[in-house]
Design a protein around this ligand. Structure first.
Ligand SMILES: Cc1cc2nc3c(=O)[nH]c(=O)nc-3n(C[C@H](O)[C@H](O)[C@H](O)COP(=O)(O)OP(=O)(O)OC[C@H]3O[C@@H](n4cnc5c(N)ncnc54)[C@H](O)[C@@H]3O)c2cc1C
Length: 195
């Protein structure tokens, strides 16, 4: 395992299994792209939330070709993060409160893709939000494709960390008379409001 991927804190919660990593990426709708912008004398880290898709062993992010994100995604080192929140863990002490989660971190240098791979990535983005929708909608025009940069990050440097289960309280706190347990959290689609 690469040093930057080795989970040191709670390493039992880490997984490098590509199927497990893919499952989290496929369930999540949003990723955060972290990068350090060092040009122009500024040395500033940024984190930008954005939609993404996965196909095979790559994740794809798209952005307006003229955006800063698109420029960064064409060749700068990034750290991409995705988190699914599964529950609030309510312990008997303030200290042991926690959250159940599955989170993926991936490192790498994205590259712009074109042609069939670009279309596949855009299709995956739509299909992720609404499976079966791609054939029903107008396909991107040449102008729209030109205005949009699609960049891919290989998942060769990725790790999953997850917490499951209830609170881990100190034995001497177990007799305290406060509620303890898990409050499950999930993201659900509501009923569509037609345009
Ligand atoms: C919803 C949520 C809430 C959390 N709340 C807290 C909190 O309140 N306090 C707290 O200390 N920690 C919290 N964590 C855990 C936190 O993400 C870190 O794992 C933890 O702080 C240890 O960080 P570190 O840099 O010391 O880890 P290290 O183990 O030193 O990290 C080494 C490497 O492990 C990987 N890694 C670390 N954390 C994650 C992760 N979460 N997902 C995927 N890969 C990872 C990265 O590749 C990183 O470079 C939370 C995580 C989530 C998802």
């Amino acid at each position: 395992v690469q040093d930057r991927l080795r989970v040191r804190r709670q390493p039992k919660r880490a997984s490098y299994d590509s199927e497990a990593i893919r499952a989290v990426l496929d369930e999540a709708l949003v990723c955060h792209v972290g990068f350090a912008q060092t040009n122009g004398g500024c040395d500033q880290p940024f984190v930008i939330p954005t939609a993404f898709s996965r196909a095979g062993d790559r994740i794809y992010v798209h952005a307006a070709r003229t955006s800063r994100l698109a420029a960064i995604l064409r060749g700068a080192p990034v750290c991409v993060e995705v988190t699914l929140l599964d529950g609030l863990v309510m312990a008997r002490s303030a200290f042991h409160h926690s959250m159940n989660y599955r989170s993926v971190i991936a490192f790498g240098v994205p590259a712009e893709v074109d042609g069939a791979e670009k279309l596949t990535a855009l299709e995956a983005l739509v299909e992720k939000v609404a499976p079966g929708r791609w054939p029903d909608i107008r396909q991107p025009s040449d102008k729209e494709l030109h205005a949009t940069a699609v960049c891919a990050l290989d998942l060769s440097s990725a790790v999953l960390k997850q917490r499951t289960g209830g609170p881990i309280d100190d034995p001497e706190d177990m007799s305290l008379r406060c509620w303890a347990g898990i409050v499950p959290l999930s993201l659900e689609k509501g009923i569509g409001i037609e345009d």
